[in-house]
Design a protein around this ligand. Structure first.
Ligand SMILES: Cc1cc2nc3c(=O)[nH]c(=O)nc-3n(C[C@H](O)[C@H](O)[C@H](O)COP(=O)(O)O)c2cc1C
Length: 340
């Protein structure tokens, strides 16, 4: 039975936008996981206390003899970690408060980030232990995000914390401009719901040649969905995060784009000049050889160029090379050609 752990951080239990979009995610998750269980941790109704000296002392003390009761300072932390560890997927809904995440959410993480429970130190390096989990983060903010600004602190902090405990498959659904007018707020909420629909859409399965495990198929399927979601959101950083450091982008008639930095700059430039109304992929065949997998398929894109009315649509053939890295499968080569 699949388990979803939902963590809500908005102090508003009524009228909260991040909670309402998380409600929608929960409905879609429940439809996709019949018989699944949803556990809700509501940090406004039941706040987790800030760390105190007794809890820190218990964190640092040698582990108690097995079989005995846990020290009092560990009871809450143990319960929260057990709950977190039992989940397959995390859904975090969180507003932006004063440039970063709400302190209630930080207090929660302070109790679950624990040596040898959610992370470990291996040969002088920190290694996250919750690697089999994925997460979806719904964030809401009053203002509008600017790409390089310090007001990105919440997203960056949440991604860093989740990665630290081993959760690196993170989908971000961000709602900005929530203190704007009703019409643009509704539009943004509708877009967030569409992004969620996309996360749950089951893309056509390609013919698989070679030794793909269930995990490989799931990961590569997740990469395709994350790519489409990043492109539709116009999120160059999220797109780049799906690629290897030596990514190659080959578009006929254009110079080859090599390396992550150039790729990021190139995609950011594209997303500044155009937005994608839709991006749909139909993978046809994928063949694996060692740590590489080559996929061919078709994709349909509909984009709006800045300042021009109407939508420009194209059908393309694509060839993608995936490479398995220490962080999992990533895009290594992206190539597409127009069909017509
Ligand atoms: C205490 C507080 C601090 C806030 N700080 C910021 C901020 O730094 N930047 C911003 O864009 N919006 C800020 N906002 C606006 C909220 O992020 C926005 O209203 C959001 O929709 C709240 O999430 P909710 O609707 O889920 O409660 C703040 C709101 C509150 C109540």
């Amino acid at each position: 039975m699949k388990r979803l752990l939902r963590i809500d951080a908005s102090a508003r239990t009524q009228g909260s936008i991040s909670r309402s979009v998380a409600d929608y995610f929960q409905v879609r998750w429940t439809e996709s996981n019949p018989g699944g269980r949803v556990i809700v941790r509501d940090l406004a109704r039941y706040p987790v206390p800030h760390l105190d000296a007794a809890t820190i002392a218990a964190f640092l003390a040698p582990p108690p003899p097995s079989g005995g009761p846990p020290p009092e300072g560990l009871v809450l932390s143990d319960a929260l970690i057990d709950e977190l560890s039992s989940a397959d997927h995390l859904l975090i809904s969180s507003p932006l408060y004063n440039l970063t995440l709400p302190s209630t959410l930080k207090a929660y993480f302070d109790h679950v980030i624990r040596n040898d429970r959610t992370f470990a130190q291996v040969e002088g390096r920190y290694v996250g232990l919750l690697t089999s989990k994925s997460a979806s983060v719904v964030t809401a903010r009053g203002g509008v995000a600017s790409p390089a600004a310090e007001d990105e602190l919440q997203t960056r902090t949440l991604r860093a914390i989740l990665a630290f405990i081993g959760v690196t498959k993170v989908d971000l659904i961000s709602l900005d401009g929530m203190s704007g007018d009703e019409a643009s707020r509704s539009r943004r909420i509708a877009r967030a719901r569409a992004e969620i629909d996309h996360l749950f859409a089951s893309p056509g399965e390609p013919v698989c040649l070679g030794p793909f495990t269930e995990e490989d198929r799931r990961e590569i399927g997740g990469l395709r969905a994350a790519q489409a979601a990043a492109i539709q959101r116009g999120d160059a950083e999220a797109y780049a995060a799906l690629c290897t450091d030596d990514i190659q982008l080959l578009i006929p008639g254009h110079e080859v784009v090599s390396g992550l930095e150039r790729f990021l700059a190139c995609e950011a430039e594209l997303f500044r000049s155009a937005s994608f109304a839709s991006f749909r992929k139909t993978p046809e065949r994928i063949e694996r050889s060692g740590d590489l997998a080559v996929e061919v398929g078709r994709q349909e894109v509909a984009m709006r160029r800045g300042g021009t009315a109407g939508v420009f649509a194209a059908r393309q053939k694509y060839t993608h090379v995936f490479r398995r890295t220490a962080q999992g499968w990533r895009f290594a080569v992206l190539m597409s050609n127009a069909i017509e």
